[in-house]
Ligand binder design. Structure first.
Ligand SMILES: N=c1c2ncn([C@@H]3O[C@H](COP(=O)(O)OP(=O)(O)OP(=O)(O)O)[C@@H](O)[C@H]3O)c2ncn1[C@@H]1O[C@H](COP(=O)(O)O)[C@@H](O)[C@H]1O
Length: 93
């Protein structure tokens, strides 16, 4: 699945930081996790604005940006996707 694949790429950018990689730049920013939190906030606002605009293509694009930054946050915090899936499964009624 693309989420697992992307998560693995982002984790690799953490373990083997790459020159010119936006992901490595975010993961090793001098502001620490705060830089990723800033980006997440921005991407949330951009998604909200896209929904207000009502443009489907824009909503899809901004949602992908938000998901990517959320994955970067999980990688930064060493939280595995499986932990999120387990929590969601636990909530199923
Ligand atoms: N899915 C993404 C992805 N989605 C969004 N972005 C980046 O997220 C940024 C969001 O746009 P903004 O305009 O908010 O950011 P910006 O102005 O470039 O950044 P700031 O200086 O404001 O922080 C853009 O630079 C996008 O390129 C992504 N960057 C990388 N990926 C994936 O991550 C993998 C690793 O990429 P590298 O980061 O290049 O190693 C790639 O193969 C992709 O699959």
């Amino acid at each position: 699945m693309i989420l697992d694949e992307l998560y693995d790429v982002l984790m690799d950018r953490k373990i083997n930081p790459k020159e010119g990689s936006y992901t490595s730049k975010l993961l090793y920013h001098q502001k620490g996790v705060n830089k990723i939190l800033e980006k997440l906030g921005e991407e949330c606002v951009e998604l909200i604005l896209a929904v207000k605009d009502g443009k489907r293509e824009e909503i899809v694009y901004e949602t992908a940006d938000l998901v990517y930054h959320l994955l970067v946050l999980l990688v930064k915090l060493d939280i595995k996707l499986e932990e999120i899936w387990k929590e969601l499964e636990r909530r199923r009624k």
